[in-house]
Design a protein around this ligand. Sequence first.
Ligand code: GBE
Length: 479
Amino acid sequence: MSSSATTTGRFPQDFLFGSATAAYQVEGAWNEDGKGESIWDRMLHEHPDYVRDRQNGDVSANSYHLYKDDVKALKELGAHFYRFSIAWTRIMPTGEAHKINQPGIDYYNNLINELLANGIQPMVTMYHWDLPQWLQDLGGWTNPIMVDYFEDYARFLFERYGDRVKWWFTFNEPSVFAAGYATERQMAPSLNKPGVGDYLASHHVLIAHARAYHLYDKHYRPTQQGKVSIALMSNWYEPRSDSTEDIAASDRAMQFSIGLYAHPIFSSAGDYPAIVRELVDKNSKAEGRPRSRLPVFSKDMIEYIKGTSDFYSLNYYTCRLVSPGITKHDPALRPDAEVSSHADPSWPTTASEWIKVVPWGLRKAINWVHKQYNGPTIVITENGVPDNGKLEDLSRISYYRVHLAEVLKSIHEDGCNVKGFTTWSLLDNFEWNSGYTEKFGLYFVDYSDPARTRKAKASVQFLKQIIRTRELPEETQKP
Ligand code: GBE
């Protein structure tokens, strides 16, 4: 008998299941009804060669027009919530709060109302990478004035939607989108200022996050009673061996990829992790710079940022083995981390180059967060894998089976406070630099059909049963 259900128990009564998307990846309608231009619109219109199939999000799954179909899909799945993002440029075409776009506001009102009418809670990401180009022209996240613009935007969202939206994420994966300031041809804005642009952007993003949190806390929480968090890419970096060097490399990898963002917010000390401060300062000095490439928070700012999240939002996809050295491919492992990373050749591969199936890495990541940050409530805000294009997505079923089993272990055996799980993604969508070649959806989207019809893959029935019964089916049982 190989039942994970009997060995690891069930998902608690209050555990929530849902699915996620992001505006640029699904909405399409990139210039309709007054929407402004975002940095992804600009970058991919100018440089189609940055994307494997030279496609972009202009039309995508057309959720701007087909959101009712998306809600039907969520309903069929039995999802408790839908995590979607708002395109800043739909609400404020330039990013400026005195120029608002009513059709954009209506769109999210309609989506939110449709979700609630179907018993599905909206979870809203304010920023999933699509900055208004107008703000990028001012320097984007490298300019501290962005903190004010983001606060204006957050205020508007709380004001207009907070009566119905009770779950907010300020940012999705700052470690990933800050890489747009460090690299070329990948993330927008493709600024290629490694070790400078990415830290500067991250610094201002952390302050902007804290501003939005305090704004909510002070002015909206008393009446709206919701929660605010920030979604952090939280892949696991396993030491390559049990040598002290490799264990130290693993710690550095975790501190540079996660701690850089989580430590200022979730730790009791606040501020950047000591090892990050130490290494970037040391390297900046060795380079002959007059100051560190990693900006410094004042004492007041450290206090201001500390504690600004109501729970920990954990995105997990995969794992790497690490030892001392340098990594080129993983932007979260900046050269300052002095870490070299590899996938173990024995790990099962997937339709995505970078995702290897390493479910125990999820359990380790959850436990790491639990220990580092005093046992916060954790919601898994993304987990998923692309398939090979067939409706019988057995590889996705087995990916979720093994990852959900690790979530159960982290709850029942490790005592971690995990309260929710989110599949990435509801729909086949625009997968950034991979275009439409990587299909992460529980629902197939027919991109050859202008109607963009959605069809449930086999994993929908599998997940639906888990959501209904709160337990993992036997391995032998057909989904
Ligand atoms: C998340 O990011 C995003 O939140 C979501 O928008 C995205 O669709 C989803 O995951 C799936 O990717 O040289 O093969 O290693 C790695 C994931 C490219 C962050 C993969 C780009 C991870 C950033 C290329 N990475 N991705 S390589």
